[in-house]
Design a protein around this ligand. Structure first.
Ligand code: GLP
Length: 267
């Protein structure tokens, strides 16, 4: 069934409630199509969803044995195997905790001698896999998705980017609070790449994301707020907790829409 719905905002009490909704939707997707292709995000935001999926996998409710995955992004310049490389983070947080087949989850090759070629190969690999069915997204405090910083082209492919100082400050907590250890460069799926996924699910928890969420949902579509590109997608779901929703002017309306949503529609 084709479902053209555009952006939906789901306001939940807390991250655990959001994770239950998103984990359930992913489990149903995989039950219907075991060879589902997932887009996997890093950062702290998706962790409750990954915990939910691990629980469902342990309970025999979902199997990733035929599924594939693609990471959103990767640092450039970290030593191979660095625990904060997104390859290592994804292996630790989700891939190694469920029953993905070996090599079923790819990350952009942040160690490639030719980063441009590695980025082009990554977009080809996504296309060869049939495209991403459901892409999980977090959002940076400046509205970045993946590592597409403000002014990223809304049509961008996977490519190398230079991080803003704000993002390096935000991510220093993963590097002993030492900004000097945070790489300057990354490979990231482009916004154009992200928009080709069939369903985008952006998650945000906590009041420090409230401004970015309001700009995403209620601001103009602009490259200054990369997450606002979700308005260009036919099936984007924004799942936020109460603190992250606090700057939304139409929050009552979003609640009303969700409360009265036909059940057959799913997420
Ligand atoms: C990083 C990641 C993004 C993530 C963002 C927010 O920059 N590349 O994919 O959305 O951080 O991080 P957190 O979820 O920890 O707030």
């Amino acid at each position: 069934m084709t479902r053209v719905r555009f952006m939906e905002v789901v306001i939940v009490a807390d991250a655990a409630a959001g994770a239950e909704i998103v984990g359930g939707a992913i489990a149903r997707l995989i039950a219907a199509r075991p060879d589902t292709v997932l887009g996997l995000a890093t950062g702290s935001t998706p962790l409750p969803v990954y915990d939910d999926l691990v629980r469902r996998c342990d309970a025999g409710e979902v199997s990733f044995a035929q599924a594939k995955g693609f990471a959103l992004d990767e640092y450039v310049g970290l030593p191979q195997g660095h625990p904060e490389s997104y390859r290592a983070v994804l292996d630790r947080e989700i891939v190694g905790r469920v029953d993905f087949a070996p090599d079923a989850v790819l990350t952009p090759d942040g160690w490639a001698p030719d980063p441009a070629a590695a980025c082009a190969a990554y977009d080809r690999a996504i296309a060869d896999a049939g495209g991403i069915d459901l892409q999980i997204l977090g959002v940076g405090t400046d509205g970045h998705i993946g590592f597409n910083e403000p002014t990223s082209s809304l049509a961008s492919p996977t490519r190398i980017k230079t991080l803003t100082e704000q993002t390096r400050v935000d991510n220093a907590r993963f590097f002993d609070d030492d900004i000097a250890q945070v790489p300057h460069h990354v490979l990231t799926q482009g916004i154009g790449t992200i928009l080709r996924a069939r369903h985008l699910v952006l998650l945000a928890w906590g009041s420090n994301k409230a401004e970015a969420v309001a700009a995403t949902v209620e601001g103009p579509v602009t490259s200054m707020v990369p997450s606002s590109a979700l308005h260009l997608h036919p099936h984007a779901t924004v799942v936020v907790d109460e603190p992250a929703a606090q700057q939304l002017r139409l929050s009552d309306y979003y609640r009303h829409v969700y409360d009265n949503k036909p059940q057959w529609q799913g997420l």
